[in-house]
Design a protein around this ligand. Structure first.
Ligand code: SF4
Length: 370
């Protein structure tokens, strides 16, 4: 687990009442004063008022690469907690990672607790599926997990993956073991396995709240992939009927879904991909085309603005918003930056040394996989 160090140098409360209109000038001035000492990273799901101040924008994979290359003393991460943890793991000694709002968490990452995962693994070892070191089954965790889970995988010959390189991580794992244990997003794991030709019957779900994960010993032994029962509360809202509805309303529309969406939705889509793949897909469509996207609404709205010659819409009219990403406001960013200008570090994200060591092993392996 990471510890977060919260300070009260310039009180956040005083910032939260400031009008949005005053933020642009103040954030720009703080960025100017900090110069190359500070790099701001922005995830694609951040709102426009925040992401426009980032030096680098990307999905969690690209941003983790940027964090590993960052030269400045401070890395201010406009994203969610697990991303800032990964940045701290990859940062060099002397670099400090800051998350402008400590409440920016991730419901998916919270669905896999280290105690539950260790307990499941102990049961796999007792069943003879693997030994403790992962000779028998490779643990892979999606980037959207705590540093402790990443460390768990690193220590057992496993790896971290993102939606950009999940397929590569599966190939890497199956080259050394006949089975994969995938955490915490069952949908990304299932969609990736299925795309590789693994039938659904060979992928079972481990429910941490059920005795023996809700499975039998035989099913666990026979499975090629054991999927943790976790999901993204944003992407799971997209349903197959949403695809039918947009296709009926906009004949010829192209549908692209993030692989955190349910398998049934992904099967009906024309394409699947990470946020970077989605951006490229939209850019590659000819003028006049219509595209429906199954992902977070801020990215979709931004793409619609960037491509006024195309109709870019969400797959679900109710608009799927990541409320935790949304917690980072311009006021939070301004507060974090102006404190840095004054020499105060607020909201530092610091991963425990032991977790850092093994999480780095798993993340370094990931950075080598395309
Ligand atoms: S979109 Fe889903 S997986 Fe991504 S940060 Fe939000 S809750 Fe987590």
């Amino acid at each position: 687990m990471a510890t977060a160090v919260e300070n009260n140098f310039c009180s956040l409360e005083n910032y939260l009442v400031l009008p949005d209109t005053s933020m642009d000038v103040r954030i720009a001035a703080a960025r100017e004063a900090l110069g190359e000492e500070c790099v701001v990273l922005g995830h694609h799901y951040q709102r426009d008022e925040v992401i426009r101040f980032s030096d680098f924008q990307g999905d969690s994979y690209r941003l983790s690469q940027q964090a590993a290359r960052a030269k400045g003393k401070y890395i201010v991460f406009c994203g969610v907690h697990f991303m800032a943890e990964s940045a701290d793991v990859l940062a060099r000694p002397g670099q400090t990672v800051i998350l402008p709002d400590l409440n920016a968490g991730c419901s998916m990452a919270d669905m896999a607790e280290i105690g539950q995962v260790e307990d499941a693994w102990e049961q796999f070892v007792k069943l003879g599926i693997t030994d403790d070191a992962g000779n028998g089954m490779t643990p892979i965790t999606y980037m959207n997990s705590t540093a402790a889970i990443k460390a768990f995988c690193g220590e057992r010959n496993g790896v971290v993956c993102t939606s950009s390189n999940a397929r590569g991580a599966f190939d890497w794992a199956f080259a050394k073991t006949p089975k994969v244990f995938f955490l915490p997003d069952q949908h990304l794991g299932r969609n990736t396995g299925y795309a590789m030709g693994i039938p659904l019957k060979d992928m079972v779900v481990w429910d941490p709240y059920m005795p023996m994960g809700g499975q039998t010993a035989d099913r666990l032994r026979a499975a090629k992939v054991i999927l943790w029962k976790g999901h993204c509360s944003v992407h799971q809202r997209f349903l197959p009927e949403h695809v039918d509805k947009v296709r009926a309303k906009y004949p010829g529309i192209k549908v692209i879904a993030h692989p955190e969406c349910r398998w049934e939705v992904c099967q009906k889509a024309d394409a699947l991909g990470s946020t970077d793949v989605i951006r490229k897909f939209v850019a590659d469509q000819p003028a006049g085309s219509a595209i429906a996207i199954g992902t977070e609404i801020h990215l979709i709205n931004r793409l619609a603005k960037q491509h006024p010659d195309k109709t870019v819409i969400t797959l679900d009219d109710s608009g799927c918003l990541c409320t935790t990403m949304f917690r980072i406001s311009p006021q939070h960013l301004c507060w974090a930056l102006e404190n840095l200008v004054d020499g105060n570090i607020v909201n530092q994200i610091k991963v425990k040394d032991r977790d850092k060591k093994w999480a780095k092993v798993a993340l370094d392996r990931m950075l080598e996989i395309q």
